[in-house]
Design a protein around this ligand. Structure first.
Ligand code: ADP
Ligand code: GLC
Length: 509
């Protein structure tokens, strides 16, 4: 089976969060199961530089008015996953972030950047650009949201499409005037098409036109069917419920493994956890914290955003430190919060450390901390709590999405629920968060109970094998599908004149 995995990030070519980790680890696991999966990404500068064995594979014909783009082929570093980069320097090769400039403002040509990316990805999937054609095109998050649309419109013998929601809060909504640059005819700007509350929405296009939809944990799947979590898409998703499933993310065992992790000063494992002490001392030293074995060291490694309750965390810092703890925070995000952290750091020298996100530091923090704080107002899956469990760092999480699916509260250690692995709180408030931290600290002071918690977490298997099998099973049910009637169209509709209009406008008539 041939699968084209369309994503705007993949570690280590481009990363802003968990999507990058999943876009590497899942294809790696699928290839181990014999699936011919290949990645397509925008050709950001850093991606072109980091690609293994880069080579110009094909020129892209003029498409959506864009000329001079090429497809660069290669592999993800340190694994055998083939990658195609859509190298259109005017769109992707620029200083700044993947989606934003250096001042954290969204690039104003994002609709253009990601419609072009989606159009080229769809053409690769359909076998129009390279001597390879996908059976399944698996598109991820709004950046790839137009791919199912382009393919649904491309004719009867198209690949089937699967769309994965990694975070429904990111929707790619733009003013109607941008539609013209995307090749989506204006006649689709209506509630049954790509219109979403007066705007044109990449995510709406994905949820409307893909054959199947998944999201990254079973609980988040249930949550987004409700008004509280669906961000306006609960109605459409409820309508498509039978095509919509939740498959839990995994972690890449070779990258996040305390036994072999080359970024750590000392390795350790569930059989011999003693090396974790050296990791803690090293982390304290590196971050300028007092080097002390008995002080509980709490860590937070995440985007500093409203989703992650980073505002509540910052507000809770004096209370957390008053418990005689140390706190190490790494992450970027909201400028108000990063400013507040820098000021607080001066008030609590040796006790509070704040650093920008850095991949090596993220590994060292997971290894050296005693407790990982992973609060969130919503969390589709969350990977940091999984890394923490693997590294013997006990997570404190909010009962939402994938956090609730992957952590068992230490108080729930009866036979039905198995051993506890962390501490869970319900309300997204400071008192609830602090109460869970205090429960964790009480247990931390009981070495035997603490060790039991650590080992229970470390013994869990969050590798990709089980979930990769679920995706493969889903691909198999999809590979027999044919035309757009599978997403509820009248077959006659596909021969309408607008379809030819789209194809010729896009240069592949
Ligand atoms: P999310 O994708 O919502 O940020 P996850 O927990 O799924 O949350 O994934 C977070 C991943 O991104 C982890 O690998 C974490 O180490 C990393 N990470 C956290 N903050 C940043 C950042 N500012 N830049 C890049 N990666 C980050
Ligand atoms: C998103 C979500 C996060 C998830 C990640 C990978 O960024 O916020 O919960 O783990 O995608 O699927």
């Amino acid at each position: 089976m041939r699968v084209l995995f369309v994503t705007s990030e993949a570690y280590p070519l481009a990363k802003s969060g968990g999507l990058a980790d999943v876009s590497r680890a899942l294809p790696v696991a699928m290839r181990q199961s014999g699936i011919d999966v290949r990645l397509v990404l925008p050709g950001y500068n850093q991606a072109v530089t980091r690609l293994t064995n880069p080579k110009i594979e094909a020129r892209v014909p003029v498409c959506l008015g864009e000329d001079g783009a090429v497809i660069v082929s290669g592999q993800l570093p340190d694994c055998d996953v083939p990658v195609w980069l859509v190298h259109a320097p005017r769109l992707y090769a620029r200083p700044g972030g993947l989606y934003q400039d250096r001042q954290s403002r969204d690039w104003n040509d994002n609709p253009r950047r990601f419609s072009y990316f989606g159009r080229v990805a769809a053409a690769i999937g359909a076998g129009q650009l390279l001597p390879w054609k996908a059976d399944i095109v698996h598109a991820n998050d709004w950046h790839a949201g137009l791919v199912p649309f382009y393919l649904a419109m491309s004719g009867r013998y198209r690949p089937s499409t699967l769309f994965t929601i990694h975070n429904i809060a990111f929707q790619g909504n733009f003013d109607r005037e941008h539609l013209a640059q995307t090749g989506v005819p204006d006649s689709f700007f209506h509630p049954e098409g790509v219109e979403f509350y007066g705007q044109f929405s990449f995510l709406k296009a994905a949820l409307r036109y893909s054959d199947r939809i998944t999201t990254v944990s079973p609980r988040y799947r249930q949550e987004v069917l409700t008004q509280a979590f669906g961000c306006g898409f609960e109605g459409l998703l409820s309508h498509r419920q039978k095509d919509f499933s939740g498959i839990l993310n995994g972690i890449e065992n070779d990258v996040w493994n305390p036994h072999t992790d080359r970024l750590l000063p000392r390795n350790f494992s569930v059989r011999d956890i003693s090396g974790k002490k050296a990791c803690k001392a090293d982390l304290q030293k590196r971050l300028g914290l007092a080097v002390c074995r008995d002080v509980p060291l709490l860590g937070f490694s995440s985007r500093l955003t409203h989703q992650k309750m980073a505002d509540v965390l910052v507000e809770a810092i004096p209370d957390i430190l008053a418990e005689g703890t140390q706190l190490a925070i790494i992450g970027d995000g909201d400028a108000m919060l990063t400013g507040a952290l820098k000021r607080l750091q001066l008030r609590y020298p040796g006790q509070l450390a704040y650093f920008h996100y850095d991949e090596e530091l993220a590994h060292r923090l997971q290894a050296g901390a005693d407790i990982l704080l992973a609060p969130a107002r919503f969390e589709p899956c969350g990977l940091t709590q999984l890394y923490a469990l693997r590294y013997g760092t006990v997570p404190v999480v909010r009962k939402t999405g994938g956090l609730a699916d992957t952590v068992t509260d230490a108080a729930d250690t009866d036979e039905t629920r198995g051993a506890g692995t962390g501490f869970i709180f319900d309300e997204a408030t400071k008192p609830a968060f602090l109460a869970a931290i205090k429960r964790a600290l009480l247990t931390f002071r009981e070495p035997i109970a603490w060790r039991r918690l650590q080992l229970a977490g470390m013994s869990q298997d969050f590798g990709w094998e089980v979930s990769a099998r679920k995706y493969i099973a889903l691909y198999r049910t999809l590979s027999g599908l044919t035309g757009p009637e599978d997403v509820g169209y009248d077959a006659a509709e596909i021969d309408e004149p607008w379809q030819c209009e789209i194809r010729s406008a896009q240069g592949w008539a």
